[in-house]
Design a protein around this ligand. Sequence first.
Ligand SMILES: [Zn+2]
Ligand SMILES: [Zn+2]
Length: 162
Amino acid sequence: MVVIDLTENFAKIGEDVDFSGEYKLDDGLLPYPNAKLVRVKVHFHISYNKPNVKIEGVIGCVVQGYCDRCLEPINRQIDLPFCQIFYKDSSDEEDGYVYSESRLDATKAVCDEIVLSLPGSLLCKQDCKGLCPKCGTNLNQRQCDCDLSRENAFSVLKDLKF
Ligand SMILES: [Zn+2]
Ligand SMILES: [Zn+2]
């Protein structure tokens, strides 16, 4: 639960108050198979602009999983920018996040951001070459001898001995 105490903000209207925290959130937020959301680290600047609260900062997701292309294990922090207004619960605001009294529960907003903003695939590096579809060699580590350019029906026919 990402819960923030606003007492200090109420005393400093319009000023930024720093907030940091580490949380364990549900692995199910990740779009990657067999991946774990080890930790979520947030660093926020929170400002109270009566009656609403603005939170701006970064959500760091520490993810443990496997590269989509080469299947190598990955342990990495993915930082997502975050900026959201929280409305006082007595306001008429219907879509949007709310808080009441001095307690602001940002769990849903943080989870929503993770679901919406994480990249669709997990890669060990942007230009990962993946595995050879024929022999399974990790092409980031070495080149295999498979000739993939001839992988078609015609080449199979050509190799038959008459
Ligand atoms: Zn990879
Ligand atoms: Zn190969």
